[in-house]
Design a protein around this ligand. Structure first.
Ligand code: NAP
Length: 284
């Protein structure tokens, strides 16, 4: 099968490139905006046809959560319009569409893990445009999976784990929120799960939502502390409340994802975030 990975220079897209050699049955086409602009509908249609693409994995996104608050047009273009164009093109060509979404579609007011059936109620521009993207996929694709994930970290791209490592080398103390709770997800684990799922997707699937994160629970404070302990940095981590920082976007305080459905339907075993963090840190 020919697989198109869009947004392939980002942190998740890069993980697919790393894994490609382990999946010799797939032929990969890795594209970022210079090779295939996901906001150019004609270019997408031509690309799918020319390369007989059987599956699109959409890793394009506007992921700067605070910046999105003042940049709704661009966030909409990348998170919703691009998803619509890719979904519509996949429907026309018969390709399976795998679209990556986020825990930030939820408002975080729940106190038990979110299932796929729970009502989305995003509070940020990022979350709203990602929910719009999901709706575009549901309306425009014929065969799609929407995979909601959370708190990605990786040796590639920009992410919280790498920020902590950089800051802890020059600062004695890091102040990190402990009242936002979720699950960190190693982008490599997510990429592997997606590649393992593809051959198991039923031919008649319409547009099915699945949650995927690593196992376990953490606050951003816990994650920062784990990174610093693993790296053995001499840096104190101080827990603070979200209200004590001046962030533009109001992130959900609780965004744990229930992964029962993806584990049941595809027989996945999901690593704990701490084990995957150890693996990632060894690369940094
Ligand atoms: N990061 C997280 O913690 C997180 C959590 C939950 C869900 N997700 C979702 O997971 C997906 C992947 O996230 P990520 O962290 O890998 O994002 P990322 O690192 O920001 O990667 C996105 C990639 O898309 C590229 N891109 C931008 N405009 C494009 C265009 N017009 N055409 C083609 N490519 C374009 C970006 O290029 P430039 O950088 O050069 O613009 C970048 O390489 C996104 O859908 C995101 O919403 C992420």
């Amino acid at each position: 099968m020919n697989i198109l990975v869009t947004g392939s220079n980002g942190q998740l897209g890069s993980e697919f490139e790393d894994l490609a050699v382990s999946y010799p049955d797939y032929s990969f086409f890795f594209t970022d905006k210079d090779q295939l602009d996901a906001t150019d509908q004609e270019q997408i249609k031509k690309f799918l046809k020319k390369n007989s693409i059987g599956c699109i994995i959409n890793c394009v996104g506007y992921t700067a959560v605070d910046r999105a608050e003042d940049d709704q047009a661009q966030a909409t273009l990348l998170n919703a319009t691009a998803a619509k164009y890719l979904a519509a093109a996949s429907a026309k060509s018969g390709a399976l569409m795998i679209h990556v979404s986020t825990d930030y579609v939820f408002d975080g007011k729940q106190n038990r893990p979110y299932t796929e059936g729970d009502t989305a109620n995003p509070k940020t521009v990022y979350g709203k445009t990602k929910l719009d993207g999901e709706i575009e996929v549901i309306f425009n694709a014929k065969r799609a999976l929407i995979i909601r994930t959370s708190w990605l970290f990786s040796a590639h791209g920009l992410n919280f784990v790498k920020t902590v490592i950089n800051k802890a080398q020059t600062e004695d103390e890091l102040r990190v929120v402990f009242d936002q709770v979720g699950t960190p997800t190693y982008a490599s684990d997510l990429a592997r799960a997606i590649l393992d799922i593809i051959p198991k997707v039923p031919p008649r699937v319409r547009a099915e939502i699945y949650n995927y994160s690593n196992e376990g629970v953490a606050s951003w404070y816990d994650l920062a502390k784990a990174v610093i302990d693993l790296k053995q940095f001499d840096c104190r981590v101080v827990p603070i409340l979200s209200k004590d920082i001046n962030s533009k976007a109001q992130r959900p305080l609780y965004s744990l994802l229930d992964k029962s459905k993806i584990k049941r339907d595809f027989g996945l075993e999901i690593p704990h975030w701490m084990d995957s963090l150890r693996e990632c840190i060894a690369l940094l």
